[in-house]
Design a binder for this molecule. Sequence first.
Ligand SMILES: C[S@@+](CC[C@H](N)C(=O)[O-])C[C@H]1O[C@@H](n2cnc3c(N)ncnc32)[C@H](O)[C@@H]1O
Length: 244
Amino acid sequence: MLSTVKRLVVDTYQQQHLSDVARRVARARMTYLRPAKLRNLEACLRRIEADAVPGDCLEFGVALGGSAIIAATQMGAERSFVGYDLFGLIPPPSERDDDRAHARYAVIASGRSEGIGGDRYYGYEPDLLAKVRFNFAAFGLEVDGRKIRLVPGFFADTLPLAGDGAVAFAHIDCDWYDPVLLCLEHSYRRLSRGRVHHPRRLQRLWRLPSRNGRVRGAACRSATRRCHPQCGIHEGLRPFPPRD
Ligand SMILES: C[S@@+](CC[C@H](N)C(=O)[O-])C[C@H]1O[C@@H](n2cnc3c(N)ncnc32)[C@H](O)[C@@H]1O
């Protein structure tokens, strides 16, 4: 009960700092990201524009298109947005994921998962890609295959064909260890200088050392750790954006 109240208070506070688009996306139940995460996403997007970081915006894990719509709306006119997703039922976690991930997947696979606010779970949509295009259109955005591109398929199949153009901003939001590692490896080498990397579930790690020194999201945390030597991530991890 107390945690529900606390969550509500925090969400209400964070909502005040969101753009109109982000608020509309959240109201339309198109994103799983809580207001604090959306605020962080928007801060990252502002930062790449302010610093004129060259490159496109990529997202790995689009689901209903919520965070994608926010990125595509706020990126500069010279950039493209590319969203990668299976646009179907999320693949299972692996033995590298924890019990919580497997329990969550069991519910999804059983057909009993609820969507946001009681909606149909996006993974059960008969044509999720069409729904996401529709969601983009509701925000005045056309998925034209040039400025805005959605690439359906498993990351393991689509990323090898993705090219190596510069990336200004990568949003990694794909839940389990293996896809997180794959997307980190792919995107990190393409990131421009002055880059911002924003793997949703790694935020606490990127914020280390945190005040209490604890991090959450074991699978993503270990994927990032493993990625460090492989991707050549040697720089210190700093909070972004700075905490209030
Ligand atoms: C948490 S959702 C994305 C949420 C979204 N960014 C939002 O704003 O709510 C994770 C997405 O990652 C996708 N995904 C996970 N693993 C994948 C893989 N191996 N290949 C392609 N898509 C994958 C799932 O299908 C799902 O749509």
